[in-house]
Design a protein around this ligand. Structure first.
Ligand code: ADP
Length: 197
């Protein structure tokens, strides 16, 4: 299964991605997680991404595309992959399409997690994020109200256009991201069974 997960910040992409990746036995590739891991380690990539992330802006495509292209050369993709947080604009979607066309491994589906803005704002204001290395929860810098507002604008302006892009490619599946986590996962899996069978 080669899958892209799309949805606004706070839609629960990371949570659903973990369950879906386990279900299909595919690696969960989150560009946000990769950036945060680099930030924490203080690598050059992390330092480059920091300012953009703190402001709720996208990290420049040159940096992000190179990082994803490199990740897609790893040898753990035999069963496919789940991309979470990439692509985030049409230019990234075009790059992904070209990279996958080269490898003759096109996407099977793009899963959109749909949710209203008011619900997002409520969720992110109280969200705590698990640090995978320490096992502790913390408040992400970019979950502060002003930054959330900018992330939603960036989503509407830059990321939402990829929804029509993938709809026109016949790859889009939309599920409502409101309700119990397990229910959302099951709806996603049954919707994916229908399109990929
Ligand atoms: P969320 O989905 O909650 O907004 P992510 O963890 O996916 O959070 O992303 C956090 C931040 O990392 C983004 O606001 C952006 O600055 C950066 N980022 C992640 N993925 C990309 C991408 N594909 N292109 C550019 N920037 C990205």
């Amino acid at each position: 299964m080669r899958l892209v997960l799309v949805g606004p910040p706070g839609a629960g992409k990371g949570t659903q991605a973990q369950f879906l990746a386990a279900h299909y036995s595919i690696p969960h590739i989150s560009t946000g997680d990769i950036f945060r891991a680099n930030l924490k380690e203080g690598t050059p990539l992390g330092n480059e991404a920091k300012g953009f992330m703190d402001r709720g802006e996208l990290v420049p495509d040159s940096v992000t595309n190179a990082m994803v292209k490199d990740r897609l050369t790893h040898d753990d993709l035999g069963n496919g992959f789940l991309l979470d947080g990439f692509p985030r604009n049409v230019a990234q979607a075009e790059v992904l399409r070209a990279v996958l066309a080269d490898k003759k491994t096109p996407l099977d589906a793009v899963l959109e997690l749909a949710i209203a803005d008011e619900e997002i704002i409520a969720r992110l204001s109280t969200r705590q994020t698990l640090d995978p290395t320490t096992g502790e929860y913390y408040k992400r810098e970019d979950d502060k109200a002003e930054v959330v507002k900018r992330r939603l604008e960036v989503y509407a302006e830059q990321t939402a256009p990829i929804i029509s892009f993938y709809r026109s490619e016949g790859l889009l599946i939309t599920v409502t991201a409101v309700g119990e986590v397990e229910e959302i996962t099951s709806s996603a899996i049954s919707a994916l069974t229908r399109v990929t069978a």
